[in-house]
Design a protein around this ligand. Structure first.
Ligand code: GCU
Length: 136
């Protein structure tokens, strides 16, 4: 199972807010409305490999909120889509995979438009895939 890293325990360049229901934990990151507005998580990998990264967000605006997703300072998805979810209380999770190192890794979501990123709730992080159910 993935490990959940809440935005309220990450670095958020804006404020940790709790005014839009449906978030996990005690709040979410309302990052700065500017190019480069960001949240950054430090996650731990038991081993090097390909990680599955789930990023939960809400975008109640009518504008797309593209963001660069970086792992250990290198962009792994440039201007990744964080499109409108219909309401600030409607949270969805987008998933990507990226290579990670054993031990600590950083995951950063940084807006690429003047609106900054969407509101960011958590990162779910897991290295590798579950084993096949059939063994023979
Ligand atoms: C509203 C909303 C915030 C959101 C902001 C934005 O102010 O309440 O949660 O972060 O819009 O446009 O980014």
């Amino acid at each position: 199972a993935p490990t959940r890293y809440e935005a309220e325990n990450a670095t958020c360049d804006g404020t940790i807010d709790s005014n839009h229901a449906g978030f996990s934990g005690t709040g979410f990151c309302n990052a700065t409305n500017a190019v480069g507005g960001f949240a950054q998580w430090t996650v731990t990998a038991a081993s090097a490999g390909t990680a599955t990264i789930g990023i939960r967000y809400a975008n109640g605006s009518t504008a797309n909120r593209p963001a660069d997703i970086s792992v250990n300072g290198a962009v792994v998805q440039a201007a990744s889509a964080f499109n409108p979810t219909g309401a600030w209380t409607t949270w969805v999770t987008k998933t990507l995979t990226a290579p990670v190192n054993a031990g600590s890794n950083t995951i950063r979501v940084a807006g690429t438009t003047a609106n900054g990123p969407a509101n960011l709730d958590f990162v779910d992080f897991e290295v590798g895939a579950p084993p096949a159910t059939n063994e023979y």
